[in-house]
Design a protein. Structure first.
Length: 207
């Protein structure tokens, strides 16, 4: 029998938190090593416990760039982000920033467990096309993900070019590709993809 995968969870709404904790406690193939970890405490927890999988609440992340930072600093942990009916653009961005999986909060319990196991093996999982606003979005390249983060931070094309040591026209090209892949037309639309940009709280997972 394979050893249980270790799982840590971020902060979720009360009912969702209870549902996740009960689900993971009752599932013999998972071991809950930390739950309700605040965003600011995630780096310390990951360094101390190094769980196989960390389950994060998209709505409570201060910025999508948190996922990128966690992935870069703690690559041994896989990140499953649970969101309220994530669109193709949100799922695309999260995967580009280092998440291994992006799943809706109304996902059935057995599918959550399956997603955790697939994620622990490094398999990327995004919502099915029927679960998102539009399907088939092309994944951002690592450089496009970097440019996207700078755009969402409000940097100008010139500032991004200087920061990343690339030409302004290259920044413009990356920006056009980002808009096309995420299905948006402006920086204002990009800002809406960030949790800080107004993503509403989501319904709880079924117990």
């Amino acid at each position: 029998m394979s050893p249980a995968i270790t799982v840590a969870t971020g902060v979720f709404e009360d009912l969702t938190a209870i549902g996740l904790k009960t689900l993971l406690a009752d599932e013999p193939s998972t071991e809950l090593v930390a739950d309700g970890v605040r965003a600011e405490d995630l780096p310390r927890m990951l360094a101390e416990l190094a769980p196989d999988v960390a389950v994060l609440n998209f709505g409570t992340l201060p910025s999508v760039s948190v996922v990128r930072q966690l992935h870069e600093e703690h690559p041994g942990t896989r990140y499953v982000v649970i969101a309220n009916r994530p669109g193709a653009a949100e799922a695309n961005q999260l995967l580009a920033f280092g998440a291994t999986a992006c799943v809706p909060k109304d996902t059935q319990a057995r599918d959550i467990v399956n997603a955790l196991h697939l994620a622990s093996r490094g398999m990327q999982i995004a919502p099915r096309p029927t679960d998102v606003e539009s399907g088939g979005a092309e994944l951002l390249t690592p450089r496009e993900a970097q440019v996207l983060e700078k755009l969402q931070d409000g940097m100008t094309n010139a500032q991004i070019a200087l920061e990343l040591s690339i030409g302004i026209e290259t920044v413009r090209t990356h920006a056009r590709n980002i808009y096309a892949k995420l299905g948006v037309s402006s920086r204002r639309d990009l800002a809406r993809l960030s949790p800080a940009g107004g993503v509403s709280p989501s319904a709880p997972l079924p117990a």
